[in-house]
Design a protein around this ligand. Structure first.
Ligand SMILES: Cc1cc2nc3c(=O)[nH]c(=O)nc-3n(C[C@H](O)[C@H](O)[C@H](O)COP(=O)(O)OP(=O)(O)OC[C@H]3O[C@@H](n4cnc5c(N)ncnc54)[C@H](O)[C@@H]3O)c2cc1C
Length: 319
């Protein structure tokens, strides 16, 4: 059993981390738990046979809803972050940021500043007077005075059911796009574009994002993110079938694709990729007694900056 926690943050994605950094100004004992192996949630990288792939968010995007000076400063002072301009299909340019050598490097700066228990899933939350008891996957309990739930909406809805049923209806209205990410390792460096967007009329391939950094034009690893439409239609297929369909599409799009040998492949299914609608600003993100609050992209908007803003916002409202 872990006692004496002033604030427990469930989820170590960017929203949970930003909540934790904000909370450090006002709370003493703060703990983050996360069910995953690594900090960062959907900003992630995967190691397959010693090749790294960024299989989640490929870029850090600024918010279109609200800009945050702290987020800008975070990007500015993070030694791993660079800036680039991407062109979307509609020919519109967008400034985006990316960490090197991989997406996960974004969090190198956080590691010594917060206490995180990874591989610890919150199973349920109960209220006992002024305290919450969180039952975790390791059969241990955490007793906390206040909680920030920074997990995706469906998980938040499950965890909150018993203690704040009024908000469940609102959370259940949140929708996400699905994304199938196909990771391909070739046996040699391949000459395919650094990144390109293929959201064409067929709506099949969404993004072809090569390599783990932008510094290497030639790479032997690519991540193909299939479009929302394609992912929705094919989501429930077996992963092997999905990979085969993707390779077939790729060989049609890139004429010289067939000359490369594929060494290994992997398919990651993102059931909750990016939010397509989020909590109305009129819905409070904390309970009436300010003991439990929600953060996450689904409470503010679809970009990484929105998720970051949500963490700071929830802590301010919990005080
Ligand atoms: C394929 C893909 C492409 C994307 N592209 C972009 C892009 O180009 N630009 C951009 O800005 N954004 C992009 N996004 C969206 C962006 O990644 C998210 O908006 C952002 O990372 C959300 O952060 P978060 O903290 O709200 O949630 P998450 O990062 O999902 O963090 C939630 C954390 O909660 C943990 N968790 C869940 N349930 C439990 C539980 N019961 N107990 C303990 N822990 C739990 C999870 O393990 C996770 O670490 C993309 C996302 C995906 C998947």
């Amino acid at each position: 059993m872990t006692n004496n926690i002033d604030l427990l943050v469930i989820g170590s994605g960017i929203s949970g981390l930003s909540a934790c950094m904000e909370a450090k100004k006002k709370f003493n004992n703060i703990l983050i738990i996360d069910k995953g192996f690594h900090i960062g949630g959907r900003i992630c990288s995967k190691n397959l046979n010693n090749i790294y792939f960024n299989h989640g968010a490929p870029f850090i995007c600024r918010s279109k809803i609200k800009k945050s000076l702290s987020f800008f400063n975070l990007l500015k002072h993070n030694k791993n972050i660079s800036r680039t301009v991407i062109k979307k299909n509609c020919n519109k340019s967008q400034i985006v940021y990316y960490p090197s050598p991989m997406m996960r490097s974004f969090f190198d700066d956080f590691n010594n500043k917060v206490i995180i228990k990874q591989k610890t899933k919150a199973i349920n939350i109960e209220r006992d007077g002024n305290f919450f008891t969180v039952n975790c996957s390791d059969n241990k309990f955490i007793i906390a005075k206040k909680i920030v739930l920074s997990v995706p909406a469906p998980q938040a809805s499950e965890l909150i059911q018993k203690i704040n049923p009024q908000i469940v209806n609102e959370i259940n209205k949140i929708k996400y796009s699905k994304c199938l990410a196909i990771l391909i390792a070739f046996d040699q460096k391949v000459d395919i574009p650094k990144y390109s967007f293929f959201e064409d009329e067929s709506g099949d391939l969404s993004t072809l994002f090569c390599g783990i950094t932008f510094s290497n034009y030639q790479t032997n690893s690519v991540v193909i993110r299939m479009s929302n439409k394609w992912s929705e239609i094919n989501f429930e297929y077996d992963k092997e079938i999905i990979i085969r369909k993707c390779l077939l599409l790729l060989s049609k799009k890139i004429t010289h694709f067939k000359k490369y040998n594929v060494n290994s492949t992997y398919c990651h299914k993102w059931r909750y990729s990016q939010v397509t609608n989020w909590l109305s600003p009129s819905i409070p993100n904390v309970s009436k007694d300010k003991s439990i609050g929600f953060a996450g992209d689904w409470t503010v908007g679809p970009t990484i900056e929105d998720a970051f803003i949500s963490g700071k916002k929830v802590v301010k409202n919990l005080l």
